[in-house]
Design a protein around this ligand. Structure first.
Ligand SMILES: Cc1ncc(COP(=O)(O)O)c(C=O)c1O
Length: 470
């Protein structure tokens, strides 16, 4: 007879269970629409999950950007917003938090990450200069290109291999970087665009050893390093867990050491900083700061608010203190891994190792019968939504866009669908529902048909493109 004794998750793996280091004080209702309603919603959205209404979504794994639950302490800070046009006290609190936890000297707030990308790209890149980086990110590369830069991918080869278990797939390949420097000359390199963790590679981290070596190399060649610090706390967790010598260091210590090897950073505060809106750019060089502080008044707002309300800056300042709590980071990455472990055990093709913020389904292996021109990862987002109301995001050929020189599709090696986990929002039961839906969609993969793009906007097409089913 079948053994019906229920087991906790910990028991199933022969260990004690762990739980999130928070309890829920306020809830928001979510509803699962029926299949006919989901079919209609998807059709009306042009088979693009960015164009769905959130009320039509059951479990929303579109992004971890601005979707975090704030703490009671952050909400209390919102009530202490100093909404003065100039010199808000919350700006100084934010400035102190960035100085203390990231270690940079000067801060300019922005409305979100791409506002910061815009400022730093315009201030640093001279037309025709190269910007080597550890894999592109959509908005980052576009701002670098709009400033006249040419992005060059110098990430290690392992990053482009979804099943390769290398623990630091975010690392820069110094030989690739050196080949570029030898070819074009160090003065033609605007800066190194270093992201920790690398979103498009599957949330993969950079090792401390790699950033130290990069720092030494760049010192010799007088090349600045600017960090996309958006998910740097998750990167610090992987260093603590995977890199020899860091097990006894705190997340806060690791974060600060890593930033020490860089000259500044831009930030989408909507991720690590645990808020719903905001960003910043921080640098050590006074002349560059002067330029950024002057430019921000044109595009974002005065340099002591940069497009944010005082209350938003206070929430970020408090979020920065909470984000480095070791228990928080462990549980955040632990939840992502929980989902990843289920899918791996069921032989569902995902990017390994599981990264910090999301599970990336490998759409090439889901749908070997679909050519990349039929948008397999986009089709997978559609199938998941139709099956269960779970919203995910394409990170493949649609996101990669077109080459500005040739106008042709860029064909990225990775054709992925991202299930992104918001911070402190969903429970283990939600992850179970998601896992079962992915399994169901995988079982029906052979009958899935591709898509045709029928509307394509000029910039960042993945946000607004429309499709039809083939
Ligand atoms: C790695 C990375 N950099 C930059 C950004 C841009 O930030 P924002 O969406 O706040 O403009 C994002 C947003 O998804 C990101 O993931």
């Amino acid at each position: 007879m079948e053994n019906k004794t229920p087991k906790t998750m910990g028991q199933q793996f022969g260990r004690r269970s762990w739980a999130e280091p928070w309890k829920i004080k306020m809830v928001e209702e979510i509803r699962l629409k029926d299949r006919t309603q989901r079919e209609r919603a998807m059709r009306e959205a042009g088979y693009n999950t960015f164009l769905l209404r959130s009320e039509d979504v059951y479990i929303d794994l579109l992004t971890d950007s601005g979707t975090s639950a704030m703490s009671d302490h952050q909400w209390a800070g919102m009530m202490q917003g100093d909404e003065a046009y100039a010199g808000s006290r919350n700006f100084y609190n934010l400035e102190s938090a960035v100085q203390e936890y990231y270690g940079y000297r000067y801060l300019v707030p922005t409305h979100q990450g791409r506002g910061a990308e815009h400022l730093i790209s315009q201030a640093v890149i001279k037309k025709g200069q190269y910007v080597p980086g550890n894999m592109y990110f959509t908005t980052t590369r576009l701002h670098q290109e709009l400033a006249g830069g040419i992005f060059v991918d110098v990430i290690v080869d392992e990053a482009h291999q979804p099943a390769n278990p290398y623990p630091f797939k975010g690392n820069i390949d110094l030989a690739k970087l050196d080949a570029l420097v030898q070819k074009v000359g160090a003065d033609q390199i605007a800066y190194i665009s270093l992201a920790g963790t690398v979103n498009m590679a599957g949330g993969q981290p950079v090792s401390m050893q790699n950033v130290r070596a990069l720092h030494d190399y760049c010192q010799k060649h007088d090349i600045p390093i600017y960090l996309d610090a958006t998910r740097m706390v998750e990167n610090a967790f992987f260093i603590q867990e995977q890199e020899p010598g860091f097990a006894d260091k705190s997340i806060a210590e690791i974060l600060k050491e890593f930033c020490l090897y860089t000259d500044g950073a831009w930030m989408s505060a909507k991720k690590d900083n645990l808020v719903n809106i905001g960003g910043w750019v921080a640098v050590n060089d006074e002349a560059l700061f002067d330029e950024l502080r002057n430019m921000v008044v044109i595009f974002e707002g005065l340099h002591t608010y940069g497009g944010l309300a005082g209350r938003d800056m206070e929430a970020i300042a408090r979020g920065i203190v909470e984000m480095v709590n070791d228990d928080h980071v462990r549980s955040r990455v632990g939840q992502v891994r929980y989902l990843g472990d289920l899918l791996t055990a069921w032989n569902i093709p995902i990017v390994l190792p599981v990264g910090g913020h999301a599970i990336f389904l490998d759409a090439r292996r889901f749908y070997p019968h679909l050519p990349q021109e039929q948008f397999p990862a986009q089709a997978l987002t559609m199938e998941l939504y139709l099956d269960s109301g779970v919203r995910s995001m394409e990170r493949g050929i649609v996101s990669a866009g077109r080459d500005p020189e040739t106008g042709e599709h860029r064909h990225p090696k990775l054709e992925l669908t991202r299930l992104t986990i918001p911070r402190r929002v969903y429970t283990q039961a939600h992850m179970d529902v998601v896992a079962e839906s992915v399994k169901a969609v995988h079982e029906n993969a052979a009958t899935t048909r591709g898509l045709k793009m029928v509307y394509e906007p000029k910039y960042l097409r993945f946000f607004q493109a429309r499709f039809e089913r083939l």
